[in-house]
Design a protein around this ligand. Structure first.
Ligand code: NOJ
Length: 538
């Protein structure tokens, strides 16, 4: 089967914040349809649609109460099929975000299952007589008491998100049937939420990477998407190279690719994780990304990303003061887009949107942030309120979920009503309308990058070429080479606030992309955050 996704660029839509068509302050499917031309113009091939299924929205849709219906907040099933067919007209495919590790506690399976041990769906969930010390990703014990059967149920996320028991054969078959229904409707694949947990063995304190994980994935692949021409990507926070190769084995027995997060955990504290971030280890970041490039070459496939709905906006992450927002946005894009893998772009990244920086706790709606505050500040007193709020402004997930900035008018053109989350204050200067026709904008830069990846003399090289990190220990320069057949590429990026003089040893053929017009000979002065891509002779 043709691996079309190797040359594709995926764009993540977070539906609540993308485009509101009916003035209720929340984005919706009709809103997405109205922006398909914008996405086609950008050049993306696939939309990863964060969950739009029926849900009480405890975790903005990652708590599904019916896999086969659409949350009325976002529209109807008819809107969904309309989105699929309209997107096709714009050469865009849709992949759905499927949460198969847990459901909402308002899913009929759980509502019925919790009533009695004899209920046919009781065993669809994970129960224990006594809780063990497992901790939820969203803070506190991972077990919640359920009085009807006098047992505890497992929730690796919020209490309203009970974990599914994949050991139950009927549950697995029900999930596969549901997935096939979506595939029949014209869906081009799936992003699998925290898929690494489905093989959990909670009694043994095992959550990720249980022994049955890969057998389950292989079974699901065979029963559903494996025979179709899909893009599948698994979210895996705890993964080594060997497992990553298995997940993305070119034999097609599991997924097309996974998201791994080594480069995204680089500034996390050992104990308090993202709530107590460390300064960026730039050399470590280069080495991590480069390792993944080299390890997966020829035997797996990388996804390339800096952002998603859980991660801070990359330009805000290591530079809260945003000294060079436009240059930084272009620099991070350049570093990633010439690597091997499939790029994933999170809505607004193509405009250089920054974190919204919500300052007060009552501006946050995100269950993870609010639970972490309760746990770290109130209950365990491991952080002061001030310390926590400092981290929340950077890592609190609402900061990356602020509404899309379409123009400089009221509510940035996102809604005619009251937006569910306040706009980021910079929408009058950072917005789509002002960038689409500006050749120097971040949007135009992304357009250029995407076109180079997809339809240029360098497309095959970017897809297949070897990768070598140059000057690995340089604290400011990210430089790498790609080579394929008779062509070579040199990527140079100055991640620093001072200029950098760099001697170019390779013979230059021409400049492929630069963030600043200049004549390049045997050496170059890279300005702060400047990025440059050259074709070199090999
Ligand atoms: C990962 C998703 O990306 C995140 O947004 C969600 O909260 C958890 N999984 C739980 O579903």
């Amino acid at each position: 089967m043709e691996k079309w996704w190797k040359k594709s660029v995926v764009y993540q839509v977070y539906p609540k914040s993308f485009m509101d068509s009916d003035g209720d302050g929340t984005g919706d499917l009709k809103g997405i349809i109205s922006k398909l031309s914008y996405l086609e113009d950008l050049g993306i091939d696939v939309i990863w649609l964060s969950p739009v299924f029926a849900s009480p929205m405890d975790d903005n849709g990652y708590d599904i109460s019916d896999y086969l219906s659409i949350n009325p907040l976002f529209g109807s099933l008819e809107d969904m099929t309309h989105l699929i067919t309209e997107a096709e007209k714009h050469n865009i495919r849709i992949i759905l975000d499927l949460v198969l590790n847990h459901t909402s506690d308002e899913h009929p399976w759980f509502i019925e299952g919790r009533k009695s041990k004899d209920s046919p769906t009781h065993d669809y969930y994970v129960w224990a007589k006594e809780p063990n010390p497992l901790i939820s990703v969203f803070s506190g014990s991972a077990w919640e008491f359920s009085p009807e059967t006098n047992e505890y149920y497992l929730h690796l996320f919020s209490k309203k998100m009970p974990d599914l028991n994949w050991k139950n054969e009927r549950l697995r078959q029900d999930l596969y049937t549901m997935m096939n229904q979506w595939l029949d409707l014209g869906i081009a694949g799936f992003r699998f939420d925290v898929i690494e947990y489905i093989g959990k063995e909670p009694q043994a304190m095992v959550t990720a990477n249980g022994t049955q994980l890969h057998p389950y994935i292989k079974e699901m692949n065979k029963a559903t998407f494996g025979k179709r021409n899909t893009l599948t990507v698994g979210e895996c926070w705890n993964v080594d190279f060997a497992a990553a190769k298995q997940y993305s084995d070119p034999d097609g027995s599991e997924f097309s690719m996974i998201f791994q997060f080594d480069h995204m955990k680089i500034d996390w504290d050992d104990q308090l994780g993202k709530w107590k971030p460390k300064p960026l280890d730039f050399v470590g970041l280069k080495k991590s990304l480069s390792h993944w490039q080299n390890e997966m070459m020829g035997c797996g496939w990388n996804s390339l990303f800096w952002n998603n709905h859980d991660m801070p906006r990359i330009i805000s992450r290591w530079d809260d003061d945003l000294t060079h927002p436009v240059e930084a946005a272009k620099l991070f894009a350049t570093i990633s887009y010439f690597m091997q893998g499939t790029p994933f772009l999170y809505q607004g990244e193509e405009l250089g949107m920054s974190n919204a920086r919500y300052t007060f706790l009552d501006q946050y709606t995100d269950v993870e942030t609010l639970n972490a505050y309760q746990d770290l500040v109130v209950t365990r007193k491991l952080m002061t309120e001030q310390e926590f709020m400092g981290s929340a402004m950077r890592f609190g997930r609402d900061n990356v979920r602020s509404p899309m900035q379409w123009n400089d008018k009221k509510n940035a053109g996102f809604t005619t009503g009251t937006p569910w989350l306040p706009l980021c204050a910079n929408y009058q200067t950072v917005n789509a309308e002002s960038q689409i026709h500006d050749k120097e904008s971040v949007f135009s830069f992304y357009k250029q990058l995407i076109a180079i990846r997809k339809h240029s003399a360098y497309s095959d090289l970017i897809e297949q070429g070897t990768y070598t990190l140059l000057e690995p220990d340089h604290p400011q320069l990210f430089a790498y080479e790609r080579r394929f057949k008779n062509k070579g590429l040199l990527v140079l990026a100055n991640y620093g606030t001072v200029p950098l003089h760099h001697q170019i040893d390779q013979k230059i053929v021409k400049t492929i992309l630069s963030t600043r017009p200049q004549k390049i000979e045997s050496s170059v002065d890279l300005m702060p955050y400047e990025a440059l891509v050259l074709e070199i002779e090999i």
